[in-house]
Design a protein around this ligand. Structure first.
Ligand code: UGY
Ligand code: MN
Length: 246
C-alpha cells in the first residue's frame, strides 16, 4: 500500500509540481456535475490560472469570459461545445480558444470527460484586433522540429499573431530528447503532461514527472527537461507572449 504521507507535489516561490494525488475539488458557479481542480492561480503568485475539469454525464460548463480569455483542451472523452453561435463536438486532442467577453457552453459530455483550461487576463495592443474564437486539434504533422533537434517537436495551437498575448503549444520529446539548454526567461508557463515520463529541472532542483502531472514555472524559473521511459513524453503548455515587458 502506498504511504499517504508522501507526494511528488511541491509548491515553491517560483515553481510548483502538482500531482493528481493531492487534488481537492472547487465549486465554480455555472460549472455543474463535475469536479474542478484549480492547479495554478494567483494565490501561488501566478498570473495565469490552470484548471482540470472532470465532467460526469449530464455535466455542463456554462459561463462568460470577462477580462480573461480561456483556452479549453479536451484531454479525454467528448463534449458538445457552443461558442459565438458555432456548435462543435470536441474529442480528445481538440480545443477551443474563447476570447474575452464571450459566452460559452459545454454540454452532453461522455462520463469522465476531462478538460484542461488556461486563463489569462487579456492585454489589448493598439492597432491589433482582439482575437476571435479558434477551434483546432493536436496534430503531430503540424509539429515542426524544434531547434534542429529531430527528438523535439512543437505544435503551436494558437495563431502566431500580435493580437494574441498567450501561446499554447504541445511539446513532444522522443525518448532521450532534451531541451537544448537551460532556459532562463521572463515568460511564465503552466503545463500538463499528456503522455510519458520525464525529468524536469526547475530552479536547479530535479523532479521525476509523468502523465497527469502539472507544473507552474514563474518568470525566470530556470528550466530544463529530458524524456525518459519507453514512449514519447508529451506536454501541453501555456506561455505569455507578444507584450512589452513592463
Ligand atoms: O517555449 C518555451 O519557453 C519552452 N521551450 N519551455 C519549456 O518547454 N519549458
Ligand atoms: Mn520555457
Amino acid at each position: 500500500m502506498e504511504i499517504s504521507a508522501l507526494t511528488r507535489s511541491v509548491v515553491k516561490r517560483n515553481h510548483a509540481i502538482i500531482a493528481p494525488d493531492g487534488y481537492i475539488n472547487s465549486n465554480v458557479p455555472g460549472w455543474t456535475n463535475c469536479t474542478v481542480n484549480v492547479i495554478i492561480n494567483e494565490q501561488m503568485g501566478a498570473r495565469l490560472a490552470q484548471t482540470l475539469i472532470t465532467l460526469r454525464a449530464g455535466g455542463q460548463l456554462r459561463g462568460r469570459t470577462e477580462a480573461a480569455q480561456i483556452f479549453f483542451y479536451v484531454v479525454a472523452g467528448q463534449v458538445q461545445v457552443t461558442v459565438d453561435g458555432q456548435d462543435r463536438t470536441l474529442t480528445e486532442g481538440q480545443y477551443v480558444y474563447v476570447p474575452i467577453e464571450q459566452d460559452y457552453l459545454f454540454q452532453q459530455p461522455t462520463d469522465g470527460t476531462q478538460v484542461l483550461t488556461f486563463h489569462k487576463t487579456y492585454e489589448p495592443l493598439a492597432g491589433h484586433a482582439v482575437p476571435g474564437v479558434v477551434f483546432g486539434e493536436r496534430d503531430i504533422a503540424k509539429a515542426p522540429v524544434y531547434m534542429n533537434d529531430e527528438a523535439l517537436r512543437i505544435q503551436e495551437l494558437l495563431p502566431n499573431e500580435l493580437g494574441f498575448d498567450m501561446a499554447v503549444n504541445i511539446f513532444t520529446y522522443s525518448t532521450g530528447g532534451h531541451l537544448p539548454m537551460v532556459e532562463t526567461h521572463i515568460m511564465e508557463h503552466g503545463l500538463l503532461y499528456l503522455q510519458g515520463q520525464a525529468i524536469y529541472m526547475l530552479d536547479q532542483q530535479w523532479y521525476p514527472v509523468k502523465k497527469g502531472d502539472s507544473i507552474w514555472m514563474a518568470p525566470y524559473c530556470q528550466q530544463w527537461a529530458t524524456a525518459m521511459g519507453q514512449e514519447d513524453s508529451v506536454y501541453i503548455y501555456y506561455k505569455n507572449v507578444n507584450r512589452f515587458p513592463t
